[in-house]
Design a protein around this ligand. Structure first.
Ligand code: HEM
Length: 495
């Protein structure tokens, strides 16, 4: 993207193991089994091919789009199989409601398969942990020290400082008439903020540390996509599954491990209590803690938070800007709103956000249209009934968030980018509607939903807000913004 100053601004401103007794296997085994199926009322299964099952339906387009196409033809709750491994695909708002409200506890584990002795995808991750003591302990630590309202207020200064540095970097490029890769710059912003919150300093640009970390984040997000699908491929491809990527995983994992070990030693030497790593070290050393965490837990959580906080928000900033730049009427309305709230002499601040409903609506519509995490993975602990169908225990559940947020039964003109839909009704009406159906799920939902919705919104709204407020944008070369989607990690990407 090319950019220049806005002339009127005067600021410097895992897997599923299926035993022979699984009802799913019975379904495929014999006509006798089909009777069993009907008795149990399992979700419908589209026609499949011998051996590979439904794999062929997934190969041509992005998985979320392929799944959406299958669901719109066969129904919102389907059982599919890839080779011998079954999973249930949920694709409508009402089914999402059933899963995340009625059966929230039952589906609050993910069932990831793990890789031993690896930092990434190891058995001690927070994101993959069962909903047990370790998970609950860490979540409490997170809310109190990083993600809760008070913790967010304490760290506001860090984010404001980083928005100013972001502004200064763009201003420098504008002065030199250089073009800007929005995704890359957004990643620097989110990466710096997460580094400061987690380890008390941003990674150094001088010695290449920051670039190395950003590269590792991008590589890991790519690996998450591969491991997500290898989790679904399960047993038959076990050897080809996670082990196929083992070398790659161990490489990235080793790099993170080395960095984290160095950071832990730095923190132990300075004995302070200012960032998330300090908090976790105190918990590690505290004899009477409710749960005895290990040094490995600390490293893992830091890496997971780093990944979760950096990548999704940066991609959303990139998507939001792509939509805004290609739609001048949205850009103009945003600017008017921003100028009336922040004026022309200072940068937009976090505290301005509640008074910027249109900016909030643009960010929400970006989340609906281009969800950073289009598919989420859960596992049913016990048998349950969803949308009138029987779901056996230990079934992998894939929720197609992308399809839910384009479900034509609950969204008007779902394939149109229309921020106004988020300001048309009052917040009490929206709340009432949300209670009845779960149709807006960019952060997932229920116990295993994203614990950091607030921080996610702050990142994206302030980042986008500043870019719109302070700069005019022009597309390099092409007259239109390329909105083609690719899959990088589990995230939609813009190329
Ligand atoms: C706009 C940015 C973000 C988006 C779109 C996003 C989205 C998501 C989604 C969809 C999930 C899975 C939810 C589910 O399975 O129901 C998730 C989980 C998670 N997110 Fe976020 N997230 C964002 C920002 C963040 C930030 C800033 C942090 C932390 C600093 C964070 C930490 C986490 C963690 C720890 C989990 C795992 C929760 C669990 O397993 O219980 N996320 N996020």
């Amino acid at each position: 993207m090319g950019l220049c100053f806005r002339t009127h601004l005067n600021t410097q401103r895992k897997g599923l193991s299926v035993g022979c007794t699984s009802p799913w296997e019975l379904v495929w085994a014999s006509p006798w089994a089909i009777k069993k199926k009907n008795k149990k009322n399992l979700p419908q299964s589209p026609p499949s091919l011998p051996i590979i099952g439904h794999l062929h339906l997934l190969l041509s387009v992005l998985p979320q789009k392929a799944f959406q196409k299958i669901s719109s033809r066969y129904g919102p709750l389907l059982h599919l199989r890839i080779f011998k491994v079954p999973f249930v695909l949920a694709s409508s708002a009402s089914v999402a409601y059933d899963l995340f409200r009625t059966h929230d506890v039952n589906v609050s584990s993910r069932g990831f398969r793990t890789l031993e002795n690896s930092l990434l995808f190891g058995h001690e991750t927070f994101t993959g942990a069962d909903f047990g003591d370790y998970y609950k302990f860490m979540k409490k630590v997170l809310v109190m020290n990083l993600l809760g309202t008070q913790a967010l207020e304490r760290s506001r200064g860090i984010r404001a400082e980083e928005i100013e540095r972001f502004y200064a970097r763009l201003m420098d490029k504008a002065r030199k008439k250089e073009s800007v890769e929005i995704g890359k710059e957004a990643m620097v912003l989110t990466n710096n903020i997460m580094s400061k919150l987690l380890i008390g300093r941003s990674c150094s640009e001088e010695n290449g540390e920051a670039e190395k970390v950003r590269e590792s984040v991008t590589k890991t997000m790519g690996l998450i996509k591969k491991v997500f699908f290898s989790n679904m491929l399960g047993k038959p491809l076990k050897k080809l599954g996670i082990s196929l990527f083992e070398k790659e995983i161990r490489g990235v994992s080793g790099g993170f491990d080395e960095l984290l070990e160095r950071l832990l030693r730095e923190h132990e030497e300075k004995h302070q209590d200012t960032d998330m790593m300090d908090v976790l070290l105190s918990a590690y050393k505290y004899e009477n803690a409710d749960y005895k965490i290990t040094r490995n837990h600390i490293k893992l959580l830091i890496v997971e938070l780093f990944l979760a906080g950096t990548d999704s928000a940066a991609r959303l900033i990139q998507w939001a800007m792509a939509e805004i730049i290609s739609k001048p009427n949205i850009l103009e309305r945003l600017r008017q709103e921003m100028d009336s709230v922040a004026g022309k002499t200072r940068l937009i601040q976090e505290t301005d956000l509640p008074r910027l409903p249109y900016l909030q609506a643009v960010v929400k519509e970006t989340q609906r249209f281009h969800p950073a995490v289009p598919l989420t993975l859960r596992m049913s602990e016990e048998d349950c009934n969803v949308g009138g169908f029987h779901i056996p225990e230990k079934t992998t559940l894939v929720v197609n968030v992308y399809a839910v947020m384009r479900d034509p039964n609950v969204w008007q003109n779902p394939d149109e980018f229309k921020p106004e839909r988020f300001i048309a009704s009052s917040s009490s009406e929206q709340e009432e509607e949300r209670e009845k159906i779960l149709k807006f799920l960019p952060f997932g939902s229920g116990r295993r939903g994203c614990p950091e919705e607030n921080l996610g919104y702050i990142f994206v709204e302030t980042g986008v807000g500043m870019m719109v407020q302070c700069f005019d944008w022009r597309i390099n070369g092409d007259k239109i913004v390329n909105m083609e989607e690719t899959l990088a990690g589990l995230s939609s990407n813009r190329v």
